[in-house]
Design a protein around this ligand. Structure first.
Ligand SMILES: Cc1ncc(COP(=O)(O)O)c(C=O)c1O
Length: 432
């Protein structure tokens, strides 16, 4: 199919939308027909239903579909393209690495990009004397963090929250709260996880810690996919303090919030918290699949045993992904994207603040930095808004347990004119 496509068309990533055809158009529908014959329904993109588009190219904040429509991407590909899609420094690093070593030997033998990246990450996280362990995906990192906590504490219980999203592999799914993901598999999920309400009364947490020894508490500093929920001021700090008191490991899932997204390198830094273990992924490698757990040395030492590594994967610390991550982290520093995320937050905040009073269908707007959620009174209103924004050339993702929250997670490199266009067009789409 790609043989029939024209060559790359996006020359820059800072352009406004340009819609030339109804999406999906002729090409989009052709890809959809092909995919439907062989891909598994329910696991593949809908392509046609719900106005889904078929991506052809992406650069910066622009996405081009196969029918020639150009969009401004307010999803940054699930929060991955924080430095923008196909950032030139990331592309250069991947090309350079691909010219030397594409695949290594996982945990058995090292390579230079991996060693360099571990050093950079250990310096970057708000944990003193940190040690790094690599993972392939966000869910893999969450499982690695939980295993680390079990090994280090020799306890079994885990406390997680409702709502939360920590991934969908079996170990991570036991922590993820949404029934839709869990219910067909409940009998296979381990039963050592207690779910408490996110932002809950601390007395509840204390009771939980006192009723049985808990190995770890796993928390998103801002709930992401399940509704962009910012906890009450001081809650995270108080939870952290309770964890310290009961010797429960404080594990922060920064897979979405990390790498600058909320206006700090890591969202726990807003609260001055030093976690025991921190999971990061998504934006870490500028678009390549890579995740990591970074933790206090004394805790990570629990893995130190003779014989083969007890947690690994064929593609762990993949050389291309490590090289891309080194470049992406460097771009975030050099282009001051953490401060840029904070500035995006101020702009989105001022643009969206009056929506709940002004737009009848909106219940609440909340967020921080370049991570915002618009909660609608009904899922239908949320869906209509995403569609209306798409007709104005903006790509958005839905979220929340009942599909009532629209997420805004743009690239931190989003151009000012794209930002101003987005703010205007979102308001029009909401008032339609
Ligand atoms: C907070 C959080 N944790 C974990 C995950 C799972 O990451 P992955 O999809 O890479 O397995 C996600 C993905 O959205 C996430 O947002």
């Amino acid at each position: 199919m790609s043989d029939h496509l024209p060559g790359p068309q996006l020359r820059r990533g800072d352009q406004l939308p340009r819609l030339v055809a109804t999406a999906p158009g002729r090409r989009g529908r052709r890809v959809a027909r092909q995919a439907r014959r062989v891909e598994t329904a329910g696991l593949a993109p809908p392509f046609v239903d719900g106005g889904a588009i078929c991506w052809s190219e992406a650069l910066g904040s622009n996405v081009l579909d196969v029918d020639g429509n150009r969009y401004v991407d307010l999803t940054s590909g699930f929060g991955v393209a924080a430095v923008g899609h196909r950032h030139p420094a990331v592309v250069r690093a991947i090309r350079r690495q691909a010219g030397r070593l594409i695949h290594g030997l996982g945990d058995a033998q090292g390579h230079t990009a991996r060693a360099e990246l571990a050093a950079v990450l250990a310096r970057r996280v708000p944990i003193s004397g940190a040690r790094v362990a690599f993972a392939v995906s966000g869910a893999d990192a969450v499982e690695l963090a939980v295993k680390t906590a079990l090994l280090a504490t020799r306890r079994h219980r885990i406390v997680a929250f409702r709502p939360s999203y920590h991934g969908l592999t079996f170990g991570a799914l036991a922590l993820t709260s949404r029934g839709h993901f869990r219910s067909p598999f409940t009998r296979h999920l381990h039963r050592q996880v207690r779910h408490l309400p996110y932002g809950c009364d601390l007395a509840l947490l204390r009771t939980s810690f006192e009723s049985e020894p808990v190995a770890a508490l796993v928390v998103e500093p801002i709930v992401g996919r399940e509704g962009v929920i910012v906890p009450p001021a001081g809650w995270l700090q108080a939870v952290h303090a309770l964890c310290r008191r009961y010797e429960v490991l404080f594990v922060v899932d920064e897979i979405l919030t990390g790498c600058g997204r909320t206006g700090r390198w890591f969202a726990v830094e807003h609260d001055g918290i030093e976690p025991d273990l921190l999971c990061c992924g998504k934006a870490l490698a500028g678009g390549m699949p890579l995740a990591a757990v970074v933790g206090r040395a004394a805790i990570m030492a629990a893995w130190d045993s003779p014989g083969e590594a007890r947690h690994t994967a064929t593609f762990v610390a993949h050389p291309l992904a490590c090289a891309a991550a080194l470049a992406a982290l460097e771009v975030i520093s050099r282009q001051r994207l953490v401060a840029r995320a904070a500035a995006l937050g101020r702009r989105f905040g001022s643009a969206l603040r009056d929506w709940p009073g002004r737009i009848h269908a909106v219940r609440e707007v909340r967020g921080r930095g370049a991570l915002w959620g618009i909660e609608w009174k009904t899922a239908a209103a949320a869906h209509a808004f995403v569609e209306s924004a798409r007709r104005r050339g903006l790509l958005l993702l839905g979220g929340g347990e009942q599909g009532r929250v629209t997420q805004l997670l743009p690239a931190l490199t989003m151009a000012d004119r794209q930002l101003e266009y987005a703010v205007r067009a979102l308001s029009q789409a909401a008032s339609e």
